[in-house]
Design a protein around this ligand. Structure first.
Ligand code: GDP
Ligand code: MG
Length: 631
């Protein structure tokens, strides 16, 4: 197929602005797919995607389009629909020369529209603005076109007004793709060079990668190599996607398709990696970086007897998602489990939902934390003790960790370490600076809510960077936040105080120094490691008080008084007291019935098995679950 007649493009949009509907229409018009009620939105395959209306795994489709007597090959490269997956979006985009930027003609530019625009803009792609849903009664294309001109500096005249639902002007979209987007600058005569922009795992065939050919050609039997992973494979199968797989003899420069080459794990087919012929090495395509998890949480089976089945479910899910990191972990209260790392909160929710829906697993997920960093001070080393064995499942006490840490410190004085588990947060005495991850948040809102939103942002340690009116009622605000402040309840608050009108999107913005402290929770003076938290020093008091209050409600009274305390270092910052109470299980039996007496005693003993003893205090597992679990 002549390269001049190939167009590679993506559709990018804020959630619900009509990306999937337009994709379906394009497939339908070009005759690749007959859209019916049951195959509607063929590009969104997973159950979570249909339920949440977001794309998690990108799908790709090649279409043929006849225009002025010529046949064009249009490769529609779908992108994940959320910024948690922004690295994947940027890789999908780098397989393209242009994008359709869809904006709802009623809602106008939203936070994700802005984030996605910049990804395409930075990749120097042709951007075709498309106003969708012009059939809606409240559609106001004039206003939205002015927003586009103002925010993106794209002339109004460049916008195409369509209704993906009714099919209005969708032909024109195809025409403009051919006219405005350049063909890929790839030559078949050059050595084979391809970008991996997606990969999935198939139980029968191993890893299936989606590739875009930047040069040369590839066919079955070729020996290829990956630039970053450095492994050699023999190609078993290549073909095009329509969007289902159609094997072909060969893929040529400029084309987009799938490849199966004996890779056994998705980790081998890293998104953004470059493939080439083993005998003709080429320079790797720029921009590769391995996925970096930014949100961590503990995950435990509801019951330890389900550990093995949960493990195999986690293993199978991670086979398909190399961006989740898995580390074994264990807690006295919750038993053996894992500490998982995700790209963002949505990624974590999607993962949990898939575990529950596709693998029928019931799990306890702990409140998420972010990866903090600490720069180790280069003061003199205190004598270090032996390092405990790290054979799994390992449970590190703070004392153990302190020893390991001292050794780290000895080897790496002045260096930076990353901490994903609050129990392992190093002491201030050996740290010269703590750092926390930041995000830049874009919030778009009707101006009635500005005041309330500013107060909310301030309450989450947000620093205002920019405020502009994008039309006469709508404001775009930029705030720099500590990631930790926005991963839990920020979105919910934002939505409720703006009646759902404000939209926000965040992009990682590096690390900044912060005065962080480790807060311990003590029961009668003994620390409960599971509840250790890292907090900003100005937040410690409120967080400690809230935790103590919650714990007080969850721990039953015992024979003696229990002090529930939050402490930073040796300083107690909050305290609650659980009064003594004698629980006499025999009180109701008036002496007589001995079997009943035995039964009750046995019941009490069973109840105790589910308890964890901290010092002299017994804490039911449920108390841990209700305190640790995400709301
Ligand atoms: P996505 O999240 O960007 O993939 O959006 P979808 O394609 O899933 O569309 C979101 C909702 O908007 C669905 O209920 C669609 O039926 C609806 N929709 C999409 N395009 C149009 C349109 O042109 N007009 C109207 N009225 N509704 C549309
Ligand atoms: Mg969709």
């Amino acid at each position: 197929f002549p390269v001049e007649n190939i167009r590679n493009f993506s559709i990018i949009a804020h959630v619900d602005h009509g990306k999937s509907t337009l994709a379906d229409r394009l497939l339908e018009i070009t005759g690749m797919w007959h859209v019916t009620e049951c195959n509607k939105q063929v590009l969104d395959k997973l159950q979570v995607e249909r339920e949440r209306g977001i794309t998690v795994k990108a799908q790709t489709a090649s279409l043929f389009y006849n225009h002025q007597g010529q046949t064009y090959l249009l490769n529609l490269i779908d992108t994940p629909g959320h910024v948690d997956f922004s690295y994947e979006v940027s890789r999908s985009i780098s397989a393209c020369q242009g994008v359709l930027l869809i904006v709802d003609a009623n809602q106008g530019i939203q936070a994700q529209t802005v984030a996605n625009f910049y990804l395409a803009f930075e990749a120097q792609l042709t951007i075709i603005p498309v106003l969708n849903k012009i059939d809606l009664k409240n559609a106001d294309p004039e206003r939205v076109e002015s927003q586009i001109e103002k925010v993106f500096d794209i002339p109004k005249e460049d916008c195409i007004r369509i209704s993906a639902k009714m099919g209005t002007n969708v032909d024109q979209v195809l025409e403009e793709i051919v006219k405005r987007i350049p063909p890929p600058a790839a030559r078949t005569e050059d050595p084979f060079k391809a970008l991996v922009f997606d990969s999935t795992f198939d139980h029968y065939r191993g890893v299936v990668t989606n590739i875009a050919l930047f040069g040369g050609q590839v066919s079955k039997g070729d020996r290829i190599m990956s630039a970053h992973m450095g492994k050699v494979y023999e190609v078993n199968e290549v073909g095009v996607l329509r969007p289902e797989e159609h094997p072909t003899d060969r893929l040529y420069a400029g084309q987009v398709g799938f490849m199966i080459a004996g890779m056994k794990e998705v980790k081998e087919a890293q998104i953004g990696d470059t493939l080439f012929h083993q005998k003709h090495p080429v320079e790797a395509l720029p921009g590769f970086k391995p996925a970096k998890p930014m949100v961590f949480a503990g995950m435990y089976p509801m019951d330890q007897s389900e550990y093995n089945s949960l493990r195999s479910a986690v293993e199978r899910l991670t086979l398909n998602d190399s961006s989740v990191t898995v580390q074994r972990d264990s807690s006295h209260a919750l038993g053996a489990g894992w500490r998982l790392g995700f790209l963002g909160l949505l990624h974590m929710e999607v993962f949990n939902q898939r575990l529950e829906q596709e693998y029928n697993a019931s799990v306890i997920v702990t409140a998420p934390t972010v990866p903090y960093k600490a720069i180790l001070s280069s003061a003199k080393l205190i004598k270090a003790g032996p390092v405990p064995s790290t054979e799994e499942p390992v449970h590190l006490t703070p004392k153990h960790f302190h020893l390991i840490f001292l050794i780290l410190y000895q080897e790496h004085g002045g260096k930076e370490i990353t901490i994903v588990n609050p129990a392992q947060f190093p002491d201030r005495s050996v740290v010269s600076e703590y750092l926390e991850p930041m995000v830049m948040g874009t919030i778009i809102t009707p101006d009635d809510f500005i005041g309330k939103i500013m107060t909310l942002c301030l309450g989450h340690r947000g620093v205002q960077k920019n405020v502009v009116y994008i039309d006469n009622q709508r404001v775009m605000m930029k705030y720099l936040f500590p990631l930790n402040e926005v991963i839990v309840d920020f979105y919910d608050h934002l939505k409720s105080l703006s009646s759902g009108y404000a939209r926000q999107d965040t992009v990682y913005a590096g690390y900044q120094p912060a005065e962080l402290v480790k807060m311990d929770i003590l029961l009668n003076g003994k620390s409960v490691e599971e509840l250790t938290m890292v907090v900003h020093k100005d937040r410690a008091y409120a967080a400690g008080k809230a935790l103590c209050e919650r714990l007080k409600d969850c721990i039953p009274r015992q024979l003696f008084e229990i002090a529930v305390q939050a402490a930073v270092g040796s300083k107690v910052i909050a305290r609650e007291t659980i009064k003594a109470y004698r629980k006499n299980v025999l009180a109701k039996c008036y002496g007589g019935d001995i079997t009943r007496k035995m039964k009750l005693l046995k019941k009490q003993a069973e109840g105790k098995k589910k308890m964890r003893r901290i010092g002299n205090v017994e804490v039911p597992k449920d108390a841990f679950i209700s305190v640790l679990k995400r709301k």
